[in-house]
Design a protein around this ligand. Structure first.
Ligand SMILES: C[S@@+](CC[C@H](N)C(=O)[O-])C[C@H]1O[C@@H](n2cnc3c(N)ncnc32)[C@H](O)[C@@H]1O
Length: 243
């Protein structure tokens, strides 16, 4: 029988401070304030090289959404300041933009105000591993630039499982790829990394154990010198769906 939760769409209470994981506390220190959220909103516009790499990144995500056949009702979590949301909205009928940081959601709401008017966009403050949506509420989900912050495999497992629960089609996700030239170079130099890099096979196994089936090879965000890559997962059909 499918698990379902007695709650609708829309904002859920923020996680109580005591229940936040170490990574959530770290990310909220960085992105949880008005200043942090504003800085992130403008981070990708600060220089020509940032703008170019942002454009390339959005292009990679756009192609992944296209090839995944993303449409219908889509979850963007974490949405941050709404950087990817317009790209997702170009494929979707409706996007729900969700982030753990209320300040980020406020920035996204203000950045995307012109797009919100059509009623195809709504926002919520929530954690990706504890969402207040019914099972299979979304046709697809996008989880961009989050998983590389999560060092604890048990927490990653909760994220995979929750995305698989609320989605019925595909999940587009970025991760730091341990097989990239940049990662190997950084490892050889003994550089201390903030990001958690995963081998694609490890990602396939971890996500596969929680209902997300890796569809194809990772696409690097910025070619040879990229650390971050994007993958598409299909949500495994549940026995109850088949019956
Ligand atoms: C690097 S930003 C990425 C935002 C957006 N996807 C982008 O690429 O511009 C990471 C975001 O993850 C959010 N975050 C951290 N932990 C989260 C969680 N457990 N659930 C939802 N959002 C979370 C942070 O507040 C921050 O906005």
């Amino acid at each position: 029988m499918r698990r379902s939760r007695a709650c609708g769409i829309g904002p859920r209470k923020e996680k109580a401070a005591g229940t936040l994981s170490a990574v959530e506390r770290h990310l909220l220190t960085r992105y949880g304030s008005k200043e942090g959220a504003l800085a992130y909103r403008h981070k990708y516009e600060r220089s020509l090289s940032r703008r170019l790499s942002n454009r390339r990144e959005l292009g990679v995500v756009d192609r992944a959404l296209d090839e995944a056949g993303v449409r219908g009702r889509v979850l963007d979590c974490p949405c941050g300041a709404g950087r990817l949301t317009p790209t997702i909205l170009a494929h979707a009928d409706h996007v729900t933009a969700v982030d753990l940081s209320e300040a980020m959601v406020d920035e996204a709401r203000s950045a995307l105000a012109p797009l919100s008017a059509g009623g195809r966009l709504d926002f919520a403050v929530a954690s990706v591993d504890d969402l207040s949506f019914e099972d299979a509420h979304f046709d697809a989900a996008v989880c961009h630039r989050l998983i590389h912050h999560i060092a604890d495999p048990a927490q990653r497992a909760r994220v995979f499982a929750e995305l698989a629960r609320v989605t019925k089609g595909s999940v587009v996700m970025s991760f730091s790829d341990a097989t990239t030239f940049k990662h190997r170079l950084q490892s050889r130099r003994g550089r201390k990394r903030r990001r958690v890099a995963l081998d694609p096979e490890q990602l396939r196994e971890e996500a596969g154990s929680h209902g997300l089936v890796l569809r194809d090879r990772p696409r690097r965000l910025n070619g040879l010198f990229s650390l971050v890559a994007v993958v598409v997962f299909d949500v495994a059909r549940k026995a109850s769906d088949v019956a």
